[in-house]
Design a protein around this ligand. Structure first.
Ligand SMILES: C[S@@+](CC[C@H](N)C(=O)[O-])C[C@H]1O[C@@H](n2cnc3c(N)ncnc32)[C@H](O)[C@@H]1O
Length: 255
């Protein structure tokens, strides 16, 4: 079963309240603070391209890479709605961030909204970091966020139900997590119910998303192994040190 296959149909609706504009502003500030003058960005695991669509407004040139075909298709739909000067600075391709080689160098690489936690084995993680390094100019930056181990183990994931709707569809998503203690993994078994509001037709499907929670010492080790300097490890959208209550953490690394 593919992740972000059928689920791509309702991804933007499920996360319509996520503050992508605010996150893009936060990233812009972070980029210009640590990598002044950065203008070219590679967004690994770009999903439906929502960060990219906001970042082009800050004059960045962005290329997004995404594994899921349906997610790339949605990113392309969003791209078509941008003004031509912005659309001209944004491109997408479908590919696996562990192996893709685009043949170009960027000022900074991003991997946002837990993309790195979708890389499960040590080899997958290392491959993702090598891809980032291979696409960076010397001195370039890599910014990525991930599930933070100390918080995941303190406040373990439980069963959750999310309901959202728009004028066309009503979505219910039930999440049942199962923890794999010895691999630092969580299997989130999602059951989706999509009801068409006009026809009343109900579609249901399942996806299991497997995510890895990470600890600072292993991020330190992997970054060092792959030729990065780990500049910063902080609670997402803040300058606070992460702790037992910080599920989402970001790192800033320099090539
Ligand atoms: C939670 S979504 C985040 C998407 C987007 N960055 C955002 O902020 O909305 C995680 C994304 O990572 C992508 N992904 C996971 N593993 C990948 C891989 N090996 N190569 C490319 N994309 C990957 C998934 O397909 C999915 O779109």
């Amino acid at each position: 079963m593919k992740v972000f296959g059928d689920a791509a149909r309702c991804y933007d609706l499920l996360y319509r309240d996520k503050d992508y504009a605010g996150e893009a502003q936060f990233l812009h500030n972070l980029l210009q603070c640590h990598f002044p003058g950065a203008r070219t960005l590679l967004d690994l695991g770009c999903g439906t391209g929502r960060h990219a669509a906001h970042l082009v407004q800050e004059d960045y040139e962005i290329h997004g890479v995404e594994l899921s075909g349906p997610m790339v298709a949605r990113a392309q739909d969003r791209w078509q709605q941008l003004a031509p000067d912005r659309a001209g600075r944004l491109t997408f391709s479908q590919g696996d961030l562990r192996t893709i080689r685009l043949g170009g160098l960027f000022d900074a690489v991003l991997a946002l909204f837990h993309v790195v936690s979708y890389q499960l084995s040590n080899d997958d993680l290392r491959a993702a970091l090598v891809t980032a390094r291979e696409h960076l100019k010397p001195g370039g930056g890599f910014i990525f966020d991930y599930w933070y181990g100390p918080a995941v183990l303190t406040d373990r994931p439980g069963i959750r139900v999310k309901r959202v709707e728009d004028e066309a569809v009503r979505v219910t998503r039930v999440a049942e997590p199962v923890m794999q203690a010895n691999d630092n993994l969580v299997d989130i078994n999602y059951q989706f119910f999509l009801q068409d509001k006009v026809s009343g037709r109900l579609d249901t499907f399942q996806e299991t998303h497997r995510l890895r929670y990470l600890f600072k010492p292993e991020i330190d080790l992997l970054l060092k192994e792959t030729g990065f300097q780990h500049l910063l490890c902080r609670a997402w959208l803040s300058d606070q040190e992460p702790g037992f209550d910080t599920w989402s953490v970001y790192s800033v690394a320099k090539k």
